[in-house]
Design a protein around this ligand. Structure first.
Ligand code: AMP
Ligand code: ZN
Length: 438
C-alpha cells in the first residue's frame, strides 16, 4: 500500500520530530494547568514547590515526581479528577488481581481522543469501510473491548462485539458475517486454532480473515509468526494499559518493526528502574508515560513497569512518532529461580520456535524439599502425542536443551496433551508459583 494512503489523521501522523517536540511542550503546559485542578496533583505541586507555568522543557519534567500503581491505589481515584464529576461519562478499571483495582475516568472528549487513536492504528494497517471487524476481547471494565469498539466504529467498519471466549460461536460468527479483521489476545488466538480443528475447519481456508490485532499481553515474534501462518493473516502488535486509556497507546505499522507510540498524546521517557534515571535511546528500561490529551484524569510520569526500548532510527513508513520494541513483560512478571532471573517470554521464545509444540504452555515454580524447581508444562500437537513415544522423548530433550542455553538453567519439562492446561479467555496465566513463603 502506498504510504500516503494509510493516514487516518494525516496532520498528526506526519509531524516532524521538531513539530512533535514543540507540540508536546505546548500540550504539556496545558496538561499541567489541568492537573492543578486535580486534588492529588495540586497537593504534589504544593509539596514539591512546582510551579507548572515554570516548566520550560523536557528536562524540567524531571522535577515532577513519578506516579505509580501504588499511588493510584492508595489515593481515592476521584483525587485524580481534574474536571467536575458531571463531566465524566465513562469509567474503566484494572482487574485488581494484584491488589486494589485502579479506576480511570473519561470525559466525552477523552473517549473521542481515544477512539481517534485506535482509528489511526487500524487505518494505517489497511482497515477500511466495508471490512467486518470482530472484537474478540473482553468488554466491560476491561478497556480492550470498548476501546477498539469505538475506534472501529469511527473508521466505519461493521463491528461485531463478540467479546471474549465462546470459541465455537466466535468461529461461527466469523464464517457467517465474513469477518476480515479481528482483535484478539495472542494466547487465545492460538487456543482458538484447536477449536477450528475440532470443527474440522482450517482458519486459512475457511475464514476471510486478513488482519489480526494482537496485544494486551507479552508475546514473542515467533508467536506472531505462528499466528500469521496458521490464520494466513498479518498480525500487528497492539500495546496499551488502562492507566493510559487502554489499547491504542503504541501500535505496529505495516512494517512491523516496533510500535509507534503516539507522541502527540503521550510523552515517553524510558528509565532505569533502579536508578530512575533516563536511559539512552536503544537501551532497555521501564516505560514512563505522561498523558498529554486526557482532561478527565491526567496522569504525569506514570511508571508502567513495562520493560522495552526505543528503536533508534526512522521507520520506513515515514511516521516520526518513536517506536518501542516488543514489551518484554512487566518488571513484576520476572521471577527468580535458583538465583536466575527469568522472564516468561524467554521461555516462550524457545517453545514457539520448536516444531511439535502445541498452543499452550505454563511454567510452574515448585519447592521440592529445600530445592526450588522450575517445571515447564508444554502441550504438544495431537499428532505427536499419539505418535511414537521416542519422538516425544526427543522433543522433551530438545526443549530442555534449548531452554538451558536460553535461560542458563535446566528446567524440568513435562509434555502434556493438547487442551490439558487450563485455558484462559483473557490474558494467559503463564506462571504458577507454588513455592509459598519459605
Ligand atoms: P491492562 O491495563 O489490564 O490492559 O494491562 C496492561 C498491561 O498489559 C500493560 O502494562 C502490559 O504489561 C501488558 N500489555 C498490554 N499490551 C501488551 C503488548 N502488546 N505486549 C506486551 N504486553 C502488553
Ligand atoms: Zn512505521
Amino acid at each position: 500500500m502506498a504510504p500516503e494512503d494509510n493516514y487516518w489523521n494525516r496532520r498528526m501522523e506526519t509531524l516532524s520530530r521538531e513539530e512533535i517536540s514543540s507540540l508536546q511542550l505546548k500540550k504539556l503546559r496545558g496538561i499541567l494547568e489541568i492537573c492543578s485542578h486535580s486534588p492529588y496533583y495540586r497537593r504534589i505541586f504544593k509539596e514539591e514547590k512546582i510551579d507548572p507555568s515554570r516548566i520550560e522543557d523536557f528536562d524540567d519534567l524531571r522535577r515532577i515526581p513519578f506516579t505509580d500503581k501504588n499511588i493510584l491505589r492508595e489515593n481515592p481515584s476521584t483525587d485524580f479528577l481534574a474536571v467536575p464529576r458531571e463531566e465524566i461519562i465513562r469509567l474503566h478499571s484494572t482487574s485488581g488481581t494484584t491488589g486494589q483495582a485502579i479506576v480511570i475516568y473519561y470525559t466525552r472528549s477523552d473517549i473521542q481522543t481515544w477512539a481517534e487513536m485506535i482509528a489511526r492504528c487500524m487505518y494505517m494497517n489497511g482497515v477500511r469501510r466495508g471490512d467486518v471487524f470482530q472484537n474478540m476481547i473482553g468488554y466491560g471494565l476491561f478497556t480492550g473491548g470498548l476501546g477498539f469498539h469505538y475506534g472501529a466504529e469511527l473508521v466505519g467498519v461493521l463491528t461485531i462485539p463478540s467479546g471474549a471466549g465462546n470459541s465455537r460461536r466466535q468461529i461461527q460468527l466469523m464464517r457467517e458475517h465474513g469477518t476480515t479483521v479481528a482483535h484478539v489476545i495472542p494466547s487465545y488466538a492460538l487456543l482458538l486454532t484447536e477449536v477450528f480443528e475440532e470443527m474440522g475447519l482450517d482458519p486459512r481456508e475457511d475464514t476471510n480473515l486478513r488482519i489480526l490485532f494482537i496485544g494486551a499481553e507479552p508475546h514473542s515474534e515467533d508467536m506472531r509468526q505462528r499466528i500469521e501462518e496458521i490464520y494466513g493473516v498479518d498480525a500487528y502488535n497492539s500495546y496499551g494499559l488502562t492507566e493510559m486509556n487502554g489499547p491504542g497507546v503504541a501500535f505496529e505499522c505495516p512494517h512491523k518493526q516496533g510500535m509507534h507510540l503516539w507522541e502527540d498524546h503521550y510523552i515517553l521517557e524510558v528509565i532505569d528502574p533502579q536508578t530512575l534515571e533516563r536511559v539512552p535511546e536503544g537501551e532497555e528500561g521501564e516505560l514512563v508515560l505522561t498523558t498529554l490529551s486526557r482532561e478527565g484524569m491526567p496522569i504525569l510520569r506514570y511508571r508502567t513497569r513495562d520493560l522495552a526500548s526505543v528503536i533508534p532510527g526512522e521507520c520506513p513508513c515515514g511516521r516520526k512518532h518513536r517506536r518501542i520494541s516488543r514489551i518484554k513483560g512487566r518488571s513484576d512478571d520476572m521471577f527468580i529461580i535458583k538465583g536466575v532471573n527469568v522472564f516468561p517470554l524467554q521461555v516462550e521464545e524457545v517453545l514457539m520456535k520448536t516444531l511439535g509444540v502445541g498452543s499452550n504452555y505454563q511454567i510452574h515454580l515448585e519447592r521440592v524439599g529445600v530445592r526450588e524447581e522450575m517445571k515447564v508444562l508444554v502441550e504438544v500437537t495431537g499428532e505427536l502425542w499419539h505418535g511414537n513415544p521416542s519422538e516425544l522423548r526427543a522433543l522433551q530433550e530438545r526443549i530442555r536443551e534449548n531452554l538451558r542455553s536460553a535461560i542458563l538453567l535446566t528446567p524440568l519439562v513435562e509434555l502434556v496433551e493438547a487442551g490439558s492446561i487450563t485455558k484462559s479467555e483473557g490474558k494467559a496465566v503463564r506462571v504458577v508459583d507454588k513455592r509459598g513463603n519459605f
